[in-house]
Design a protein around this ligand. Structure first.
Ligand SMILES: Nc1ncnc2c1ncn2[C@@H]1O[C@H](COP(=O)(O)OP(=O)(O)OP(=O)(O)O)[C@@H](O)[C@H]1O
Ligand SMILES: [Mg+2]
Length: 118
């Protein structure tokens, strides 16, 4: 299992969410985030020497999936979040050691699957 963490533009959250649901993703967590990338959040020069680093408002989206879903999720997020302009965001992939569905005690791939039975 892997955790896919995407930092994306808030303007693109709904279309990223819809695209992921359309490829069968059944759970995700979203939070407001602040961050900067290599432009340092619209860096501004002061007296030609120092510069200020600003945080920009972003959305952090997390999806835990089986290994064989990772490529699809990355491609889906990329397609839905991309404008081609700076600041489109980043995607990180982390290993997940275990996952549990609290209600049933199911774990791992079963805990992440959509097999709704009630
Ligand atoms: N190395 C990083 N670690 C953690 N978060 C990051 C990292 N790089 C970027 N982010 C997060 O992603 C957001 C968007 O980054 P951004 O898309 O500007 O990346 P970039 O590397 O500057 O690429 P681009 O040149 O396309 O702007 C940042 O505001 C920050 O929240
Ligand atoms: Mg940037």
């Amino acid at each position: 299992m892997k955790q896919v963490i995407a930092v994306i533009r808030s303007t693109h959250l709904d279309q990223v969410k819809d695209a992921l649901v359309n490829v069968g993703i059944v759970g995700m967590t979203v939070s407001n985030a602040r961050g900067f990338g290599r432009q340092k959040g619209q860096s501004q020069k002061y007296r030609g020497q120092t510069y200020k680093v600003d945080f920009l408002e972003k959305i952090r989206l997390e999806v835990a999936v089986a290994d064989n879903q990772v490529d699809l999720v990355v491609q889906t997020i990329t397609d839905a979040a991309r404008t081609g302009e700076i600041g489109d965001g980043k995607i990180f992939i982390l290993p997940v050691e275990a996952a549990y569905r609290i209600r049933t005690g199911e774990r791992d791939d079963v805990a992440l699957s959509s097999n709704v039975e009630d």
